[in-house]
Design a binder for this molecule. Structure first.
Ligand code: NAP
Length: 293
């Protein structure tokens, strides 16, 4: 069994980013990312902090904007308008979920598509479906695809079963994997909570992706011998032996499944390492597209 760890693959993406940033800076352009955090959800705060630190490390222009949970929809849209008009900002990410009654769809629609490095604007979702390379794909599914490519896993003609149909992960990964090109050309099935006899379906997968949000949900009954398993899930389970009182586990019961797989990603240390790396790569590409470099 091959363990597909996220850190070395993310490091390869960061090394590419660094080269690109140096070239862009030499040509007079510094890629800039604005991350907007509304409210004080601890998990969102941690994600935003990690993104900001990585920007600083790489030498990107980083703007972290924190707003209280009672910000009005109009104020938030006004802030997006300002960032859309700011030439030093090439990527805008509004950390989801938004608290209270704030309308997430309206916020996403307001972000200029060419700055939507999270890839959730309908124009970018459309470009992904149309295989238009000027769009931005969401970072977590792009990260999964990059892990397959860097691990030399053949995807062409393979049956990929994605469990989960969210736009953020499952549906978008299905679009990426069925597209023409490297790390794609797969035959894709998407499963969800209404799928009948899920284990019988997932046992047909050459590559099984779990993006469900349920701890240890995928067990040995779901996995064909020799399958590649990509675990996107990040779930907290209570654990008194840990100082913080919980540990992170994936959607796949790693210990029960690992010996059946030809390759598997761990949690933590797998897909989770890729999301910020792909965000940095998208921001740099947004800067290249904006500057014509
Ligand atoms: P989500 O929006 O809640 O979607 C979960 C999907 O799983 C839905 O499509 C749901 O089906 C399906 N599902 C739920 N229970 C199921 C069951 N019993 N059988 C089959 N399908 C079932 O979650 P998400 O945003 O896609 O995230 C999925 C997981 O990935 C979460 O653990 C999240 O924390 C993690 N995640 C990780 C990263 C990262 O950086 N690694 C990034 C994003 C998300 P229905 O559509 O029918 O409800």
């Amino acid at each position: 069994m091959k363990l597909i760890e996220g850190a070395p693959i993310a490091d390869a993406v960061y090394a590419e980013c660094q080269r690109d940033i140096e070239q862009l800076k030499a040509a007079g352009h510094t890629p800039g990312l604005a991350v907007v955090l509304v409210g004080d959800d601890p998990a969102s705060k941690a994600y935003v902090g990690a993104k900001d630190r990585k920007c600083q490390e790489l030498g990107l222009h980083s703007v972290k904007i924190e707003k209280p949970a009672d910000i009005s929809q109009d104020e938030l849209l006004g802030l997006i308008d300002e960032l859309n008009a700011d030439d030093s900002i090439h990527g805008i990410l509004v950390q989801m979920p938004l608290p209270g009654d704030l309308d997430e769809d309206e916020v996403i629609l307001r972000i200029a598509p060419e700055k939507d490095v999270d890839g959730l604007h309908p124009q970018n979702v459309g470009k992904l479906a149309m295989e238009d390379p000027t769009g931005f794909a969401p970072c977590t599914p792009s990260g999964c695809q990059r892990m397959l490519i860097e691990s030399d896993i053949d995807t062409e003609g393979k049956h990929v079963v994605v469990v989960g149909r969210s736009l953020l992960v499952g549906k978008t990964l299905a679009l990426l994997m069925m597209a023409k090109g490297q790390g794609a050309n797969s035959t894709v099935t998407v499963a969800h909570s209404r799928t009948q006899d899920l284990p019988a379906l997932t046992r047909q997968a050459d590559i099984l992706v779990a993006a469900i949000g349920r701890a240890d949900f995928i067990g040995p009954d779901h996995v064909k011998d020799g399958a590649v398993v990509i675990d996107v899930g990040i779930n907290r389970v209570d654990d008194d032996t840990k100082k913080r009182g919980y540990r992170l586990v994936g959607d796949v019961d790693f210990e029960a499944v690992k010996d059946k797989c030809s390759a598997i990603t761990p949690v933590p240390g797998g897909v989770g390492k890729m999301t910020i790396a792909m965000l940095m790569a998208n921001t740099i590409r947004a800067c290249k597209l904006a500057s014509g470099e």
